[in-house]
Design a protein around this ligand. Sequence first.
Ligand SMILES: C[S@@+](CC[C@H](N)C(=O)[O-])C[C@H]1O[C@@H](n2cnc3c(N)ncnc32)[C@H](O)[C@@H]1O
Length: 286
Amino acid sequence: MSVSKEQTSRELYLEMLKKSILFEIYIEHEQKYVQFLDPNNALFSPTKENRQRGQDWPPIAHSMIGRERMNNLHQCMNAVINENIEGDFIETGVWRGGSCIFMRGFLKAHGITDRKVWVADSFEGLPAPDPQYPVDAGVTLHEVDFLRVSVEEVIENFRKYDLLDGQVSFLKGWFKDTLPVAPIEKIAIARLDGDMYSSTTDALVNLYHKVSVGGYVIIDDYTVPLCQRAVHDFRNKHNITESIVNIDGFSAFWKKTREIEVNRREEVEVERPTELAQGHNRIYRF
Ligand SMILES: C[S@@+](CC[C@H](N)C(=O)[O-])C[C@H]1O[C@@H](n2cnc3c(N)ncnc32)[C@H](O)[C@@H]1O
């Protein structure tokens, strides 16, 4: 098969974008910054091997998902455009925004103007455990400052890559408040990275019915027991039987092959704002 010049430069751009988002090119220098974080925390171990499988919390890189998961996201995006699967791309739980930046870069590199990237996060870190989800009791991730990245910082990160424009929208607030009312029509790829039972459930309950048949659901924290339990509870309740495919020994995904009904009101009994401009929930458009 012959490869056009355009195809080659697109792939070169996307490869460089991955290297840059994951800070692979300068990774040996990232170690110096660990001293400003917490040198005793084993998660702050920026090595080539750890970055490959997303096993460290990067002092500098714009994403913590690592190379294999970034490649998986790339493959899923290639598949949905090759198969003409309708819908936008969304990540729930974006931290510094790197995976969503890659999604926007992918659309730009392919000249695709009829899909958007939705960037959903509290931009204030993880929520405290909600008694409605007893599985999360005792989780202390809401105390972790490293996981709090402001919306201004994430917007600025998009700007740095020249990827901030009208095809990106930021959904600021807790998933339980923003996702039920987000003006998203169809989703081709839903990438879930909210770690907790509650965050994973809120994303599945509010987004799964919008994922097109042929689209993908990627679960970043699949091997985290809380997250895995949320995934299995949701799948069992809705008789979702599509095979779960391992990505890198930590994350997994499946391709949606049939429609299911999700009774959203019954599943998440929380008071919701009727529009996103209320309270601290906000939608940022450009
Ligand atoms: C592990 S980080 C995401 C990493 C990111 N996907 C990347 O590419 O590096 C988890 C993120 O989920 C967000 N988060 C978790 N639960 C949430 C919830 N229920 N509502 C809003 N944001 C949430 C946190 O604020 C944090 O930014």
